[in-house]
Design a protein around this ligand. Sequence first.
Ligand code: UT7
Length: 351
Amino acid sequence: MPSSKIAGIGFYVPDQVVTNADLMKFMDTSDEWIQERSGIKERRYGRKGEETPTTMAAAASKVACERAGIKTNEIDFIIFATLSPDYYFPGCGVLLQRELGITNTEIGALDVRNQCSGFIYALSVGDQFIKSGMYKNILVVGAEMHSMGLDFTTRGRNVAVLFGDGAGAVVLQPTNEEGRGILTTHLHSDGTHAEELALISPGSHGGYHLKDVDFGFPDVELGEIFVYPNLLENKTYYPNMNGQLVFKNAVTKFPEVIFEALTKTGLSTEDIDLLVPHQANLRIAQFVQKTLKLPDDKVYNNIMKYGNTTAASIPIALCEAYEAGKVKEGDLICLAAFGSGFTWGSALIRW
Ligand code: UT7
């Protein structure tokens, strides 16, 4: 059975830099608070109306394909992880296929909705398809355009200051080299706290609806939009987060799922050449680093520059580390993420 290797990697971030001082124009916050609590100095925002998760993903994918030595038309499966898709439906997978000019309809396109752990989930799905022999060139992408959906008033400051836009992509290919490529992936979920880090509306639970049938809907004209009072009152169209609860769970689950991967492969923390954690908060990454007793040069963080780009954060960080020469042939790379759902996961890769 082949394993899967990352044959090419690319990333894209918009050129529009938004500093903490820029955010202070809209909300009651400070550079000191943001840096002290999260490590973030600045983030990138896409140009509205020009850039979307799909266009950013396409830019990252082109680099990944070029580095893998394939034309975009040779991709036989697309897995797209995002929580901020261009459309409610269809998903970004098919939009990316079109954006890349892939006319081959033999391929499949799948969207993954696992937020912060989206890239690990997508990578794991791609890994299974490669191992089974079903596909040979899988494009795995994480892309987000958070800046379109944040509450930039003081009310939303605990969330808005954390997030940024960007995209990262890898091409997975089979390899028969023993002990190389993706060694193991581990996925977990616990829906108990689903609403503690969530964007509730739009959703079929009752937020707003186009009225077209009269089964219990309030009295509005057919075709009119009805907005539930709850939605306006609670602003459930913005993401909400119980930061402390997420933080507490993250610092436990990150190490747990990394140790799970190490145990499965008979490796130890000393074998890790580089840990690339999901960039949720520099404090979380530092906590994980301390628990694993890893030196500074074995952990890659870039949240300072880009904020939390959710499904894009791991491929962006991994690609930056790769471009900086921190990911070398034969290195053991550890990826791990935790976030909304809650969902969390890890992957060990022998580069
Ligand atoms: O990738 C998705 C997963 N997400 C995460 O992993 C995030 C995990 N959580 C966190 O990173 C942290 O909880 C935060 C960075 C979100 C918040 O840090 P915290 O130390 O937990 O702060 P807090 O929520 O307890 O808030 C402390 C104070 C509050 O004021 P009071 O009640 O003490 O007067 C907040 O209202 O800080 C206030 N606050 C802010 N002040 C200035 C919240 N946001 C801001 C802000 N600027 N942006």
